[in-house]
Design a binder for this molecule. Sequence first.
Ligand code: GLY
Length: 344
Amino acid sequence: MNTVTVRASRQYDILIGSGLLPTLGAEAKKLGNARKICLVSESTVYPLFGKTAEDSLKAAGFSVVSYVFPAGEERKNGTVFLDLLNFLAENKLTRSDMVVALGGGVVGDLAGFAAACFLRGIRFIQVPTTLLAAVDSSVGGKTAIDLPAGKNLAGAFCQPSLVLCDTDTLRSLPEEIFRDGCAEVIKYGVLYDKALFSHLEEKGLAFDRETVITRCVELKRDVVMEDEFDTGARMKLNLGHTFGHGIEAKSRFSVSHGKAVATGLAIVTRAYPCADTPRILSLLEKFGLPTKTDYTVDDLYAYTLSDKKRTGGTVNLIVPRAIGSCDIVPTPVESLKSILQAGL
Ligand code: GLY
């Protein structure tokens, strides 16, 4: 097992390894005086891992209530969020009690935001069961729900008290969902780490999960500790997301986050070509990720304007200059059309 410690507004450990889920109760117990835990999960993940998580929590002496909602990004909405808050209230969780988010990014974002708001904030544990959640969304304290106007438009920065990543849970994922997470893994290589990028080129989908997840989490930990509230260095984690979020939103979330980010990364590197552009595109292709979209400049431009990272008339575009090195390029929104034209 590997442990990565984040020292931000809250200090917490990220545990990564095989066979960790049955230790959830014992690890939660180390966090202090909670008596009741609300396990939050969704309809595809709960049947696979819900019982192991509940049994482990009960064996450690917690009283457990479970809230399970239908799977899908479209459920990360205000209605499910309010329903979860009501569930926490009806079950009389107190300020010392905790929420456990068991699932991928949708569960983690929604449960984290509910925990951040309930009683003005109770503690929560992230138990990511997808690669995407393991390397990105479970770490760093961004919690959110989507609004009809766009993705993640209501949320809070609220760090978890523990992240427990059992790499065995990722094995039961359909390969499609695993590939989705690979887009975020490739992103870390392009942003910060030539060696990670080369490892992915060499191993393809057979990369060592514990090692690669740990490396991605270390890279994210460093960024979060430097810029927890996303006003500087953390913005680089948005690589591929500016146009990616546009593709996701335009498709009404029928294009998955990972595929959209992969295409967004391909668009930006084609629009700002560098010597490593061909390597970036071929690694995305090696992982079976899309580098093209049928959407037009006009389709994507409209959605890109509602990017929440827009400040006034400027979007901070993240541009690869070489593998392991990217710049934040403040870009007037009027230029986005010609950038999309060059990159599509
Ligand atoms: N997922 C990007 C971030 O945590 O900043």
